[in-house]
Ligand binder design. Structure first.
Ligand SMILES: Nc1ncnc2c1ncn2[C@@H]1O[C@H](COP(=O)(O)OP(=O)(O)O)[C@@H](O)[C@H]1O
Ligand SMILES: [Mg+2]
Length: 311
């Protein structure tokens, strides 16, 4: 099956600072010169500079095999914007460290329509309404391939009020084991903490068509996608980037057996996901970026009662 590498990664300029967001990499929300909003991770984030490289590379690969990921861009932030925005800094102890001018990673919000809130979590009855729930299966194959050492993270959103809710896969920063660029495999890599999303999986066939697409990526396409990463995001270490690409390439030879072994443990994985789910019960957070101006008469969605929420 054909893979689809979009030919360009856009480089945009940031034009407006909105607000900080939560997350270990201390992302911030900014508006770019295409008038869209982006969750931005900075070169001096407290996790590691390579998180940006991982986000751009892994998100591009995920998109190429047909997984629902937000568009990722390279965002150019000017010294002027940083100087005029005290909040545009990273906390790494006091005093906070201003973000450097230059190229940073941006993940585009799927919508800016205030009638389409963005959810971080949904309870199980909400998950059953997600139009593309099976994409969790493909993402599991992807996370196993890229050894995502973080739990699977997603957001839910409608692109338009008349469209169904969809899941989008976010936060690829810990693919390739964060800054280490090695692959400490485990059946638990990339598991989402709601077992219901894996209900109905049976055997290696559950990973079709994504597995075939992963296998169909050429080494040229892998290298080309990696070559788009700004070199300052990986300390200009071309040798390590080349090694990363060749490891990713070779890992595909045993991905089928890796995923078959995973399927054999699916019951256990569902139990683990179920246990994590127990901890998260009641969490039903809504992330509509509050600083994106709502129309004056639009009710604040964060005050809508949970039980009355219409999905
Ligand atoms: N493309 C996006 N659209 C909307 N919200 C997003 C997007 N990417 C991230 N977020 C939100 O920003 C938060 C932080 O992003 P994330 O990538 O998880 O950062 P971190 O690496 O710090 O955990 C997420 O929990 C999610 O709520
Ligand atoms: Mg995260």
């Amino acid at each position: 099956m054909e893979t689809c590498f979009s030919s360009t990664i856009r480089t945009l300029s940031a034009v407006e600072y909105i607000r900080p967001l939560r997350g270990g990499s201390q992302p911030h929300l900014l508006r770019a010169d295409d008038d869209h909003f982006y969750v931005v991770k900075f070169q001096n984030n407290p996790q590691h500079r390579r998180i940006l490289a991982n986000e751009l590379f892994a998100t591009r690969l995920a998109h190429a095999i047909g997984l629902p990921v937000p568009e990722s861009v390279i965002l150019d932030i000017s010294a002027e914007l940083i100087q005029s925005t005290p909040g545009l800094s990273q906390y790494r102890g006091q005093p906070t460290e201003p973000c450097p001018a230059g190229l940073h990673f941006g993940s585009r919000l799927p919508t800016t329509d205030p009638r389409c809130p963005i959810y971080d979590y949904l309870p199980d009855p909400g998950l059953e309404l997600i139009a593309n729930l099976r994409d969790f299966w493909g993402m599991l194959a992807f996370d196993q391939w890229t050894c995502n050492c973080d739990r699977r993270q997603v957001i839910f959103c409608r692109e338009h009020p008349c469209r169904p809710l969809r899941v989008y896969m976010i936060d690829q920063g810990f693919c390739f084991n964060a800054n280490y660029w090695n692959f400490p495999d485990s059946p638990l890599r990339g598991i989402y903490d709601r077992a219901i999303v894996y209900a109905g999986m049976s055997g290696i066939g559950s990973f079709s068509p994504w597995l075939e697409r992963i296998e169909g990526i050429s080494i040229y396409q892998l290298s080309e996608a990696a070559s788009r990463i700004p070199p300052e995001w990986y300390e200009h270490n071309t040798a390590e980037l080349t090694l990363l690409v060749s490891q990713l390439d070779r890992r595909r030879l045993r991905l089928r057996s890796q995923l078959s072994a995973l399927m054999a443990k699916l019951g256990l994985i569902m139990q683990i996901a179920g246990a994590a789910q127990g901890k998260a019960t009641g969490e039903h957070k809504m992330l509509m970026p509050a600083a994106i101006p709502y129309p004056a008469n639009f009710p604040d969605p964060t005050h809508r009662p949970l039980s009355g929420i219409r999905l």
